[in-house]
Design a binder for this molecule. Structure first.
Ligand code: 3H9
Length: 693
């Protein structure tokens, strides 16, 4: 029983009890239908619906999606609630989301506690509201506000819901109590049922303009635009036809790859930090952290830690550098203040009490966890860890923010390798969601658990990675960047590749990203790797020439693009450099189409990801997917490279890789795991399932 029926005097109470979030699974839907019927039969004068535990219904049960729908369907449930002859009151707390808000819209009256949040996040699952919201909400709050809620997916607070007219009142207290009190008041007023569906539809707005605006923001995602279509239907059809049109559009979206990709992302995001090996392992206590280095990265890490309530001791080499680091952190904090993320009090407390900037490592003697974010060079890192080994207290965790270097080698430079871990943040570290928790061969389990606990506290998506050059993310990035370089040698331009990948859904193409990150980073990395490179590797030199001329991308105003304020245009120096190199190597333009570029680029990404999985650097396909989604701008609606690969079909992908290998057998060596999956007729999702079992 997930809906309990009880009478409190004249009032019938339908209590939802389906932890953790009262999702509207089949038994809940049936319980609501039965409860409304029973209340109508047994003489109740009002019905109150509320949720036990932390929330009102947080939406349809997403786990049922993609399976055969089970009756009663949610749109029918909302209609049955609305058709009740006895007035129905929604008493809301927690998060009334998606189908949850739709049930509330089927009710005749709505009351909420001040902290309640309401929203229609279906677009984040590649869907639109499918239980009447596209038809009821515009009748209640107008087309523009309804479209905004549906296409942004952003929840609103109770105050805003009251102003918009979604709820009738806000009351402080226990949700059941406020529901009962409101019901009593309505009985006293002899209030009648008040179906939203009977309200007139407001005048039509310019739906084409609304669609254009939404299309611009949604970068290739289908469902936000379809949400506008569904709302427009309310102006052309009567309520029941509009509802049928909503259902049709909803079911169409249910069949899309984007829906599958986004639901994979939803569950992956929650699954990724659940590691079987950490079951029952308690993290170490962390109250104070040390950060070595106050450049952009160190200051960002310090800011993230300070915002989460931790004390931070930041070490720089000189007093001036320490002052500059403090300035960077203050800049980050004032940004947070402006965006309303913190109050003035907290801002002042952080700067005056929670942050210490120093030049002497002795100041780290109390730190529970110390993260170095110094220059990316093994000798420098070893020197820092050697010093940390002498000052850090027993049990303190020593972490490196290295993005490529061997964490085992760093750990070996200390007397306590079990306490050493990689915590790879992404810049700007107080904004970017991804944290790679790099586990060395000696890292103790409770140190790993502490890495994950810190990530959670900092609001990060933490992913476990083993040790290899570049870990999960940068190793894959290096491979697809190499593929892009090869495409360029063979005829594509950086601008064509950027356009293709932006069309795929990346916010920026790889060359625009390089400009943003700084071309000197890739240059330094190429120099670092040069001595170990295989002679068969194709490494273009035109990018080095750009750097030799002092063009490092956005920070120098010139890279692949020329920057003028926020506007960018192709740098006219780039193509001649590329053409000169092609001529020197005797290469001809292969005339790649956009589709050929996409297939090669994605095949390179998936193949490297499969190698990383096969080597055990990543444990599960979903780990790779979350790294690319949260750290590299991979479009969420494609789910991540391995979800995307599953949706394309692995046999075709492997066939592509084999055909590319005929031109460059060194670069295109198929991942053994990919070959194995294809031979066995399995895919990456099967591996995720096996890992979860
Ligand atoms: C919809 O309603 C369609 C309709 O318009 C039409 C239908 C015909 N279903 O996030 P948490 C699980 S679409 C199933 O860690 P929090 C979640 O996986 C739906 N399971 O907690 C996790 O499980 P586990 C529209 C769900 O406090 C556990 O609950 N609604 C669902 O940080 C705790 O979740 C949404 O999109 C669900 N709907 O955040 C809301 N929701 O412990 C989606 C959660 O095994 N949900 N779970 O990992 C959320 O945004 C957040 O979960 C919420 C709580 C804000 C509610």
């Amino acid at each position: 029983m997930t809906i309990h029926y009880e009478r409190q005097g004249d009032i019938a109470v339908l209590k939802a009890d389906n932890p953790p979030v009262n999702a509207l699974g089949q038994t809940v839907r049936q319980g609501l239908v039965d409860g409304v019927a029973r209340a109508n039969e047994d003489g109740a004068k009002a019905i109150v619906i509320y949720g036990e535990g932390r929330t009102w219904f947080a939406g349809a049960d997403i786990r049922e999606f993609g399976k055969t729908p089970l009756e009663p369907y949610l749109p029918d449930v909302c209609n049955i609630v609305e058709a009740s002859a006895v007035p129905v009151i929604a008493a809301m707390h927690g998060t009334a989301l998606g189908g949850g808000l739709e049930v509330a819209l089927g009710c005749h009256y709505r009351v909420a506690v001040p902290t309640a949040k309401m929203g229609l996040p279906e677009v984040h699952l590649g869907l639109i509201p499918g239980a009447g919201a596209t038809q009821r909400l515009p009748r209640l709050i107008g087309h523009a506000a309804a479209i905004d809620m549906m296409t942004s997916g952003r929840p609103i607070g109770a105050d805003k819901a009251l102003t918009l007219g979604i709820i009738d009142k806000i009351e402080t207290g226990d949700p059941l109590e406020i529901g009962l009190a409101y019901a009593q008041e309505l009985i006293g007023q002899n209030a009648q049922v008040r179906p939203v569906s009977a309200l007139p539809v407001p005048d039509a707005i310019d739906f084409d303009a609304a669609r254009d605006a939404v299309r611009k923001k949604s970068r290739g995602q289908i469902s936000p635009v379809v949400a506008v279509d569904a709302v427009e239907a309310a102006t052309r059809m009567d309520f029941s036809e509009g509802l049928a049109e909503e259902r049709r559009l909803f079911m169409e979206l249910m069949k899309t790859d984007q829906r599958q990709g986004m639901i994979h992302a939803f569950f992956g995001e929650r699954q990724v930090s659940k590691l079987p090996e950490l079951q029952g392992v308690a993290p170490r206590d962390v109250a104070e952290i040390g950060v070595i280095g106050g450049g952009t990265m160190g200051a960002g890490i310090a800011t993230a830690a300070l915002l989460s309530g931790l004390h931070v001791v930041l070490i720089e080499m000189t007093a001036e550098a320490a002052e500059a680091a403090k300035g960077r952190i203050a800049g980050n904090l004032s940004g947070a203040l402006k965006r309303g993320k913190i109050e003035q009090d907290k801002h002042d407390h952080i700067l005056n009490d929670a942050l210490t900037c120093a030049t002497d490592y002795v100041a780290l003697s109390n730190a529970d966890l110390i993260i170095e974010a110094v220059f990316e060079n093994m000798d420098v890192k070893k020197e820092v860890f050697g010093k940390l080994d002498t000052v850090a207290k027993a049990g303190a965790i020593l972490a490196s923010n290295t993005s490529y270097l061997n964490v085992d080698e760093i750990a070996a430079s200390t007397s306590r390798p079990a306490d050493v871990i990689g915590l790879h943040f992404f810049s700007p570290a107080h904004v970017m969601k991804l944290l790679e928790v790099v586990v060395g061969k000696e890292t103790a389990p409770d140190v790993v658990a502490t890495g994950f606990a810190l990530g959670k506290r900092l609001g990060k998506i933490s992913v476990r990675s083993g040790v290899c050059d570049g870990f999960i993310g940068n190793r894959i990035l290096n491979t697809y960047r190499s593929c892009a370089d090869h495409l360029i040698l063979d005829g594509a331009s950086p601008y064509q590749i950027d356009k293709v990948m932006e069309g795929f859904g990346f916010a920026m193409g790889p060359f625009a990203v390089s400009d943003l990150a700084g071309l000197d980073i890739g240059w330094a990395n190429r120099k670092r790797l040069a001595p170990t490179r295989d002679a068969r590797e194709r490494v273009p030199t035109y990018a080095d020439k750009l750097c030799e001329d002092g063009h490092f991308g956005q920070k120098t105003g010139r890279g692949y693009y020329v920057y003028d304020g926020r506007a960018k245009s192709p740098n006219p120096d780039v193509m001649p450099l590329i053409q000169a190199e092609r001529a020197e190597l005797g290469l001809t333009d292969k005339g790649y189409s956009d589709d050929q570029i996409l297939r090669r680029y994605m095949a390179a990404m998936v193949n490297e990801a499969a190698k990383i999985l096969g080597e055990g650097i990543a444990r599960r396909p979903l780990d790779v997917d979350m790294v690319l989604l949260f750290g590299y701008g991979f479009p969420r609606y494609n789910g991540g490279p391995l979800k995307w690969a599953d949706l394309q079909g692995l046999p075709a992908l492997l066939e592509d890789i084999r055909s590319f290998a005929q031109e460059d057998a060194y670069f295109w060596q198929p991942a053994p795991l990919l070959e194995q999956l294809v031979a066995e007729g399995r895919n990456f999702e099967d591996l995720n399932k096996e890992a979860a079992a």
